[in-house]
Design a protein around this ligand. Structure first.
Ligand SMILES: NC(=O)C1=CN([C@@H]2O[C@H](COP(=O)(O)OP(=O)(O)OC[C@H]3O[C@@H](n4cnc5c(N)ncnc54)[C@H](OP(=O)(O)O)[C@@H]3O)[C@@H](O)[C@H]2O)C=CC1
Ligand SMILES: O=C(CO)COP(=O)(O)O
Length: 327
């Protein structure tokens, strides 16, 4: 067993740190806040973002990025929009050959770039991987059975990282279709906002199921246009995560949509929490338009978030599109 580095001590970073610790690895858990590092070391609980879960003994919290130097690989678990600055900071301390595993789900808003492209832009020639799939931090931290996908273009490295992270309650499949895996994670959050809005507006379970199925069709079309494999999208990181995130207010994206549906403003609906679908919606829609991909549900979310449509208008528009063959 080796040492795994985790950059980001939020809900997901802390849950993954526990998974790695339980797997017998030493874990360096980096947070940007020296205060938080001290508190985590003293109390062994991330009370703000993952309450009620004790940190595994093998986890060493730190706020010094240099402590990640001697790790086998590093999981980057900060919000999608911080990928560029975090990769740049890590590039100054990590050896060139250390793999960076991106765990955020989103698209860079300023550039419209997928996150592995951002990482490769900042740290060219270094290995990059993505971890995605249906997994709520709280479930994983409580040891509930979870299965996810680790993607890396290098199949041997994908298998090594997947094996290192897997444990009795956390099963990590591996795949070389990096593009497909990251597209699933980024796009499903936007679609989950739509499902939440349908729930909040009281439009019924049938509407929600229709949104999941037609949302999945959008995901597939988008992935095809951007080089992802359909088979990947049918797996854990595509359909699996779409179904999870569209099913329950345990998802922040779904809960955000639900509160929008109840009449709250986007700011009120987010309530200070990270809602990746809200920051990614516009970039997703722009990428789709650039390659002529039809994504009416994602577009509807973007219009509601930008204030150019109400939820009722968006639903009307979706229901009154021309009748067509289902594909
Ligand atoms: N939570 C979950 O169930 C899952 C989350 N994910 C993905 O993981 C990513 C992180 O989510 P999650 O951990 O839940 O989010 P949280 O809000 O719980 O935590 C975010 C963490 O990132 C840190 N952070 C924020 N901005 C910066 C920055 N500029 N530089 C360095 N650190 C920063 C925060 O630090 P501070 O506290 O100081 O602000 C905090 O530690 C998201 O993309 C999400 O989609 C994926 C699967 C499951
Ligand atoms: O990605 C997740 C589950 O797989 C977490 O979803 P939320 O960010 O919507 O909570």
């Amino acid at each position: 067993m080796g040492t795994i580095g985790i950059a980001g001590a939020g809900a997901w970073g802390t849950a993954l740190a526990n998974v790695a610790g339980l797997g017998g690895h030493d874990v360096i858990l980096w947070t940007r806040s020296p205060e938080q590092a001290k508190t985590l070391a003293a109390t062994r609980i991330n009370e703000r973002l993952l309450p009620g879960i004790l940190l595994h003994d093998r986890i060493r919290p730190t706020s010094d990025l240099h402590d990640l130097v001697a790790t086998d690989f590093v999981l980057l678990v900060t919000p999608a929009q911080t990928t560029r600055e975090m990769t740049a900071a890590l590039a100054t301390v990590l050896p060139r050959e250390t793999a960076l595993v991106l765990c955020a789900k989103g698209i860079e808003r300023e550039t419209g770039m997928l996150l592995t492209d951002v990482a490769e832009d900042v740290r060219p020639g270094s290995p990059v991987a993505a971890l995605s799939g249906p997994s709520f931090a709280d479930d994983v931290a409580r040891g509930l059975p979870t299965a996810v996908t680790l993607a890396c273009r290098n199949p041997a490295l994908a298998e090594d990282i997947a094996t290192a992270l897997s444990g009795p309650t956390f099963r990590v499949y591996h795949r070389t279709d990096l593009r497909g895996v990251e597209i699933g994670g980024a796009a499903k959050n936007v679609l989950a906002i739509a499902c939440g809005a349908v729930a909040g507006r009281g439009l019924g379970e049938s509407a929600k199921a229709a949104l999941i199925a037609r949302g999945f069709a959008e995901l597939l079309r988008f992935a095809r246009a951007y080089g992802g494999e359909a088979e990947t999208l049918m797996g854990l990181s595509g359909l699996g995560d779409l179904v999870l995130t569209c099913s329950t207010a345990q998802s922040r994206n779904f809960a955000f949509g639900q509160r929008l549906g109840e009449g709250l403003s986007p700011e009120e609906a987010a309530g200070g929490k990270l809602v990746e679908g809200a920051t990614t919606a516009r970039a997703l829609v722009a990428l789709a338009r650039a390659r002529g991909v039809d994504m009416p549900i994602a577009e509807a979310v973007e219009r509601v978030l930008s204030g150019t449509s109400t939820i009722d208008q968006a639903v009307d528009a979706l229901m009154n599109r021309p009748i067509k063959s289902e594909h």
